[in-house]
Design a protein around this ligand. Structure first.
Ligand code: SF4
Length: 245
């Protein structure tokens, strides 16, 4: 197919209720393709929080390596007390270690000095809005990191929008053109407040982004979403690199 072969109204211009149905179809289609993903906390909350800070602009392998070397410095108190250059060196496999090191130390310091210490369990019961605010007030913690911790560790109904989730939703047109931050709110407003559903969709979008809907030269010919994808309707088999158009 070539660009312009599909003459249909773009999803991104459709009303919210239609885009909400499109998201449900997307979740079901990806589930059939990749299987259902069960919501199980993969690591303890503080580990998830620090790892997610390390994962920003970093591959999974480098994030894991940085986390391991960070923990080799000792317990959380030891990491706070270590010279910041030493912490930066330990996490050098993560991108921007010089800015992440003081943020991680400050985050740990604030936790240590808070009434619950390093235990984040109180986030399970805190009203969702307050839990998001509490987390995003920490240095280096944005809406994506906060959402990951709340969904993955505490089964709270939020939807983390990482680079794969953002790219696929923008291309398919479940949301109009907007930034990654704004997409958190926009997508959440269209999705059912069901943590297992949100988790399953999040993880399957990650899988789809890694395997098929690549940043550049997406494999549209193999894509189970292509019949309803705006980018495919516009460009056929020549979808441009994400952000290029
Ligand atoms: S059709 Fe292409 S651009 Fe659209 S979601 Fe699939 S791989 Fe991505």
């Amino acid at each position: 197919m070539t660009s312009g072969d599909h003459k249909r109204e773009l999803n991104s211009a459709r009303p919210a209720d239609e885009r909400a149905l499109l998201l449900r179809w997307m979740a079901e289609t990806l589930r059939s393709e990749y299987g259902e993903k069960d919501l199980l906390a993969r690591r303890e909350p503080l580990h998830e929080l620090i790892s997610t800070i390390l994962s920003q602009r970093t591959t999974h392998a480098d994030e894991e390596a940085a986390y391991k070397e960070l923990r080799d410095l000792g317990d959380w108190d030891d990491i706070i007390a270590a010279p910041t250059e030493q912490v930066a060196h330990a996490i050098r496999r993560s991108n921007y270690p010089e800015s992440k090191a003081p943020r991680i130390q400050e985050t740990l310091r604030r936790l240590r000095d808070s009434p619950s210490g390093y235990d984040l369990e109180f986030l399970r019961e805190l009203p969702l809005k307050d839990a998001l605010k509490w987390l995003t007030d920490l240095p280096g913690v944005g809406i994506k990191t906060a959402s990951l911790v709340l969904l993955f560790n505490f089964s709270r109904p939020v939807f983390p929008v990482d680079t794969h989730v953002f790219r696929i939703n923008t291309r398919v047109g479940t949301i109009p053109k907007m930034g990654e931050q704004a997409a958190h709110r926009a997508l959440l407003a269209l999705l059912p407040p069901s943590p297992p559903f949100l988790y399953d969709l999040h993880v399957n979008l990650l899988v789809h982004g890694r395997r098929v809907c690549h940043w550049t030269r997406p494999l549209c010919g193999e894509c189970v979403l292509r019949e309803r994808c705006d980018a495919y309707a516009l460009y056929g088999d020549h979808v441009p690199s994400f952000g290029a158009k």
